[in-house]
Design a protein. Structure first.
Length: 407
């Protein structure tokens, strides 16, 4: 029978690929339409009754685009709806959350040094927090507080900073930043599903019935779309952060996340101002650079909250007790720990790659799955086989892991 761990890795890879593809499509269409809306010429008296127009050139052709403030006088038959990019991104992302963080909670989601949670508790907190984020955000937007867009954005930022601190208080650093990204992405996708698309359907239904659509539906949809525009870049950073311990494994990871949201605002403000021909706010580049320098400085704080226990405990215990562990322990110490250490001995390395340290029995047992996939099933590690791991050593790693998983 085909190795189920390898099969699971391929399934995860396939879903991650779908997630990236659909996210690119969603982000691309979102950025394009925001830029289009901001760049429209609204000072022209258009016979069509449109609010504004713009001429564009791409791929050897010219495009004449017009925007109607509410809707055209007659609904076209071939109206294109932009929604599946958003839905597919969220669904594939949630599938990854289940595969990696829920099913692998003991390795990626729960850190007993942060909060000693049972798997069901951690998963419950995760799911409830995502729903909580949308409900609170939506209610604030619909309240009197949400009438002022600037005040609303500040309020949303305060919520995001609070959630950053909360997540880093209950989950591992890696899971905390990714969950903050999922929290934000859930708000963005829910904006499309619960607000933007229903409002568009109301407008379409009014037009088909011969009624004049209320302009408020378009105004609300635009507000939520603008929020999505400013939240996109921080979400990308947070989703990529799990590859960079300097971000997620720092003592100040929640503050780093808070500053990332500000960087998203400064970057988007520059491009949005440029697209709207409101000026060229180059100061935003200096602000972004200063924010990033601050993040770099914060990340130099102690990389891990507490020292790891010296002995394997919990789910990793079975790997430490499995047949062949002593041999694998020696193999890893000889072939891997010169890089995967608190103070790497390899020239040019200042910290363990991906934050993975393999110096103690506990650390090696906890990283059993990664060692099995990276150095046993495949030859991904050591990179270019720089430490000369032999074929029989890789076979021992495979035999050890399989023995542990059969227990």
């Amino acid at each position: 029978m085909y190795d189920m761990v390898a099969m699971g890795a391929w399934i995860e890879f396939a879903i991650r690929w779908v997630h990236v593809i659909t996210a690119i499509a969603w982000i691309g269409s979102s950025f394009y339409f925001i830029a289009l809306d901001l760049g429209l010429h609204r000072d022209r008296n258009l016979k069509s009754g449109a609010d504004g127009e713009e001429w564009q050139v791409h791929g050897g052709g010219f495009y004449h685009v017009q925007k109607y403030l509410v809707a055209p006088a007659q609904m076209p038959d071939d109206l294109i709806w932009f929604k599946w990019e958003s839905y597919s991104t969220w669904l594939s992302g949630f599938a990854l959350l289940i595969l990696v963080y829920y099913l692998g909670a003991e390795f990626y989601l729960v850190d007993p040094a942060v909060a000693d949670l049972a798997t069901w508790q951690a998963v419950g907190i995760s799911m409830l927090s995502l729903a909580f984020g949308w409900i609170v955000y939506d209610q604030i937007c619909k309240s009197k507080f949400g009438d002022d867009n600037t005040r609303l954005m500040i309020g949303l930022y305060v919520i995001l900073v609070g959630m950053a601190y909360f997540y880093t208080s209950v989950f591992s650093g890696r899971a905390a930043l990714l969950h903050l990204g999922a929290f934000t992405a859930t708000i963005m996708s829910a904006n499309v599903f619960f607000i933007i698309m229903p409002n568009q359907r109301i407008v379409v239904a009014d037009l088909k019935a011969g009624r004049t659509p209320d302009a408020k539906y378009g105004k609300i949809a635009k507000q939520r779309s603008t929020h999505n525009n400013y939240l996109t870049l921080p979400v990308i950073f947070l989703m990529l952060s799990n590859h960079y311990p300097l971000a997620f494994a720092s003592e100040m990871n929640w503050l780093i996340a808070a500053l990332v949201f500000l960087m998203g605002v400064t970057i988007r403000h520059y491009f949005n101002s440029l697209h709207s021909r409101a000026g060229n706010p180059t100061w935003t580049w200096l602000a972004t650079a200063l924010l990033f320098i601050t993040i770099i400085w914060l990340s130099t704080a102690p990389m891990f909250r507490v020292a790891e226990p010296e002995e394997a405990t919990g789910p990793s215990l079975r790997f430490a007790q499995a047949d062949g562990f002593d041999q694998v322990h020696d193999i890893v110490l000889g072939r891997c720990s010169m890089c995967h250490a608190a103070e790497p001995a390899w020239d040019g390395l200042l910290w363990a790659p991906k934050g993975v340290r393999l110096e103690t029995e506990h650390q090696i047992a906890k990283a059993a799955k990664q060692i099995y996939l990276q150095a046993g099933v495949t030859h991904a590690m050591p990179p270019a086989n720089l430490s000369y791991m032999r074929a029989d050593e890789r076979a021992q790693i495979v035999a050890w892991y399989q023995a542990a998983t059969r227990q």
